[in-house]
Design a protein around this ligand. Sequence first.
Ligand code: CA
Length: 333
Amino acid sequence: MLKNNKPGTWFVSLLATLAAGPGCAEDFHADPQAQAFIEEMVERHKFDRKQLQTLFAEAKKRDDILEAIARPAEKTKPWYEYRKIFVKPARIEGGVKFWQENEAILQRAQQKFGVDPALVVAIIGVETRYGANTGSYRVIDALSTLAFAYPPRSKFFRSELEQFLILAQEENVDPATATGSYAGAMGYGQFIPSSYRHYAVDFDGDGKRDLWNNMEDIIGSVANYFHRHGWQADKPVAHKVTGGLDAAAQQVSESLKPDKKTAADFAKAGITSTPPLPGELPVALLKLEQPDGPEYWLTGKNFYVITRYNRSPLYSMAVYQLSEAIRDARKAQ
Ligand SMILES: [Ca+2]
């Protein structure tokens, strides 16, 4: 179909698509970008053209997805409001319960991957309220909409769409019915397709990696993700700065990757935490907004590793604080 298209026809169709704009509901059966994508999947990965054409004829462009992608919470809320969404009693109690119910699996994951179970529990709590909300969008709708109708991120989501179709084939999942978030993240830990393919593990050994239903695969995969991104067992994540606040205001790090300074370097400038961090620990300095002014945190490699799950420092801090609150609540029982 595409091979008969001349570039001129292409351009006119593209203009028509752009003119229609994101407010116009339509599927992708005649979308030139979708057609080009289908051809690529046929050529590069030997997909069946007819099957893909059927799949994309049924995929829907969803305006609610385009609206949602434009305003994620961590970009619009200050820390003190963002925190309240996640670090609250219901989410903490849910974490204690989830930990109890899955204790043996969490322990086995810790032994194999060296990742703190409190972190694994908190991630699943922040992502989906322990599986209560894994997303009700069809992944094919989410990724098609963002790949073909959201130019700012089209390259990224087009690649995720490619990964999703390969994943569906590898794991024997129906790409027409698989569900996830508005951004195509799937299961308890909300793995995007590329992460699912690269970091999910078959932790119960049944030959399939199922992040929607299989608790062993779910927990093992989150732990493996952090293991593969460099989680350091038993190392501190972040400590709040309690000494040298004026100096701290001058030394906020540009990057959370702690490769420039150690806790000792900050201590020399009077910037300290309670309890103190080991002097040799590489750290960055993070500023967060509170209603009555900023607070500062010294953040280690493990804090940076949490941002590999979601690039926002607010996300990373919410996960860390929830993990600590769950651990404390669990001990207090
Ligand atoms: Ca499995």
